[in-house]
Design a protein around this ligand. Structure first.
Ligand SMILES: [Zn+2]
Length: 676
């Protein structure tokens, strides 16, 4: 088949792609991108915004399209060959991007334009682009001396290795533990599905009975349902002591090293701490702001959390005579209390959430808020026959976007749900190029006798991803790297999380939550139960999230060289958030992969931050009506269409009229009611 990936394409030519097409296409696209960069640096003309910054922005466009296509496929429809190819392609791309970061001639031109920025009368968007390009170089050490640059590279190399080792230790600790059970009474309380999985696992290891491990699908049901307290304790301590056994898999030295190297790196680049470095490109801006955010939330949430904890203690005492509640009792009694209070399970709700109806509902809501129409089309190439395609138009019938939707699991598709794009939105030479957006989920497939019925959690997931998709589809900027979801990290979940709110509103549910057999609307009583149970023990959950946020900042917002004892740091940090007594055998940091392995360092706060934003923004809708055209218009104009063309706080204030406040979240989470 002819290789259509060698030259720029409009829609992704899915049905004409062979795996062997990718490598030559990448080689060619990288070469093209290199010559575009050379063209910028080789000119004798003085650097200008247009010939340097804008030229850099539009360079490598074909390579970007190709990368999106390749990595999206590797997530949604992968194969062994594609995975192997990714091992070859990824280093090629890393090398290319490192070469740009280290290109001195290019940096000199970018810096020259940056120095002149006050005199160039740039638009707001142009200023953001200039800053973004300049920071890309400066945050990678472009202005350092050769010696400092070498130190920076050495730190980066060591950090990469340490993170890898950290992760390997956590994985090895997870895999090395198993709890082999042979007596029926040891698994008392476990639901049928969890029993079956545990017995299958035992059988696969050639053992009798049941095996429980530290993997979430095994660990979570056991902690939630198993009535044997001693075994829950054993499992909980095993889970909480990963990387904390003073043996060759211990992570204490490693986290100390990671924190100190991050601090040294930040100092080299001229920042007070790693958190200062990270937060420079976040909506929260400074560690001070993050800490006062966490403090304020703690102050507001703690009274409710204490009340909930007392309730839980009383409940455990009443039913089992438990005098002191430990961590391994938390999920178990919480589940029992929740059942007693709400008696709400997925099976009761699922008949009201037929997939097709829910999709139709989310489209109706988008139509009512933003005037969008979705027409399913069948002449667009896809990577699998299950993928649906929609042409999205505005109220005047103009093309807004192409939407791909891929709803069901199959081999070769990664778990979870996500939104991504195959083509960004941007404007060039007077043409507003419209984006190609995709949402991918893993909802139960329909069978010949039963349609696909969603759990409530799946319904909110669909709304969430659709919110990201709206951010992509309604993008209306000039530069692709500032378009759609290309915004600061603690701002990107606002458009997605706000959409989830409509799932809890009667007016919205009426549009789509009808029983798939009888057509009956979801009863009000169930809607109320959904709302209440969503807030169950929200105070305790908030305290838990805050404790992780505080720990993250304790590691990253100051010079960590004074930290000698990891466990002591945790005890000091958790002082105000701790409800259960401490378990001396356990340690959080030594298995805190989010911040020591993944990308959440100095960023854990953003989970709660995003909730505050979406609650505050949705409160505005509630005030004026959840289908208010006025509020929707503002949300579209200042948030959904603007991408990263302005600082998020300034966009937010234009939308809302003021900075986000905590009250809406506290109100929604039911935390105000409890404390009066
Ligand atoms: Zn999201």
């Amino acid at each position: 088949m002819k290789n259509l990936l060698l030259t720029p394409f409009e829609k992704a030519p899915f049905e004409h792609i062979e795996t062997s097409h990718f490598k030559p296409a990448f080689e060619k696209a990288i070469q093209e991108a290199r010559s575009e960069i050379d063209h910028i640096t080789n000119t004798s003309k003085a650097p200008t915004f247009k010939n340097t910054i804008e030229a850099l922005e539009f360079s490598g466009a074909h390579l970007d399209r190709l990368s999106s296509l390749f990595f999206n496929l590797n997530s949604a429809e992968t194969s062994e060959e594609l995975q192997q190819l990714a091992q070859e392609i990824s280093p090629m791309l890393t090398e290319f991007s490192n070469d740009i970061a280290l290109n001195t001639l290019l940096f000199q031109r970018v810096e020259a334009v940056y120095e002149l920025r006050g005199t160039l009368s740039l638009s707001g968007e142009e200023e953001m682009l200039l800053e973004k390009k300049y920071k890309f170089f400066s945050r990678n050490g472009a202005h350092l001396s050769l010696e400092e640059k070498n130190r920076l590279r050495a730190i980066d190399k060591e950090l990469a290795q340490l993170k890898l080792t950290f992760g390997e230790h956590v994985l090895a600790e997870t895999n090395s533990f198993e709890m082999h059970l042979t007596k029926e009474e040891q698994i008392e309380g476990l639901p049928e599905g969890a029993r079956e999985a545990a017995s299958q696992l035992a059988a696969s290891k050639g053992k009798e009975g049941w095996v429980i491990t530290l993997d979430y699908p095994s660990y979570i049901p056991f902690m939630t349902y198993a009535s044997n307290r001693e075994l829950r304790k054993k499992l909980s301590i095993a889970f909480g002591s990963k990387g904390f056994h003073k043996d060759k898999l211990d992570n204490q030295e490693i986290v100390l090293k990671i924190a100190n190297l991050r601090h040294e790196r930040a100092s080299l680049l001229g920042y007070e701490s790693h958190a200062h470095f990270v937060l420079e490109e976040r909506m929260a801006e400074t560690p001070g702001k993050v800490k006062s955010f966490l403090d304020e939330l703690l102050e507001k949430a703690k009274p409710a959390a204490v009340i909930e904890f007392d309730e839980l203690k009383d409940f455990a005492f009443q039913i089992d005579g438990i005098k002191e509640l430990y961590k391994w009792d938390g999920s178990y009694y919480a589940e029992k209390l929740k059942q007693q209070r709400f008696n709400l399970d997925d099976e009761k709700l699922k008949p009201y959430f037929k997939l097709e109806k829910v999709i139709d509902g989310v489209f109706k809501i988008a139509h009512s808020l933003y005037g969008l129409s979705f027409n399913e089309v069948d002449d667009v190439e896809t990577y699998h026959k299950d993928v649906k395609t929609y042409e999205v138009t505005d109220k005047d019938g103009r093309n807004v976007a192409l939407l791909y939707a891929d709803f069901h699991p199959r081999p070769g598709k990664r778990g979870g749900a996500w939104m991504t794009s195959y083509k960004p939105q941007y404007q060039k030479e007077g043409v507003n190029e419209r984006p190609h957006i995709s949402i991918v989920c893993n909802f139960t497939k329909p069978t010949s006798s039963k349609p696909s019925l969603l759990t409530f959690n799946e319904v909110t997931t669909l709304f969430h991803e659709f919110g990201h998709a709206l951010h992509g589809m309604l993008a209306n900027t000039t530069y692709p790297s500032l378009s759609g979801t290309s915004v600061y990290w603690d701002f990107v979940e606002l458009p997605s999380q706000i959409m989830e709110n409509w799932c809890f509103e009667k007016e919205a549910l009426q549009l789509f939550a009808h029983h798939f057999e009888t057509g009956e609307s979801l009863p009000m009583e169930l809607i109320n139960k959904i709302k209440e149970s969503a807030n169950f023990q929200e105070g305790m959950a908030t305290l838990r999230q805050l404790s992780f946020g505080f720990l993250d900042m304790a590691w990253h917002a100051q010079d960590p060289s004074t930290i000698k004892d990891v466990k002591k740091l945790e005890l000091d940090t958790f002082k105000d958030t701790m409800l259960f007594p401490d378990t001396p055998e356990t340690c959080m940091s030594t298995a805190f992969s989010h911040i020591f392995q993944g990308g959440y360092s100095a960023g854990y706060y953003s989970y709660k931050w995003a909730e505050v934003l979406d609650a505050d923004a949705f409160a505005y809708f509630k005030e004026k009506g959840i289908f208010s055209k006025e509020v929707a218009q503002k949300f579209k104009e200042y948030i959904l269409s603007k991408g990263g063309t302005e600082k998020p706080m300034s966009l937010y204030k234009k939308f809302r009229g003021s900075e986000p406040k905590l009250e809406a979240l506290l109100e929604r989470a039911g935390l105000l009611k409890k404390t009066g």
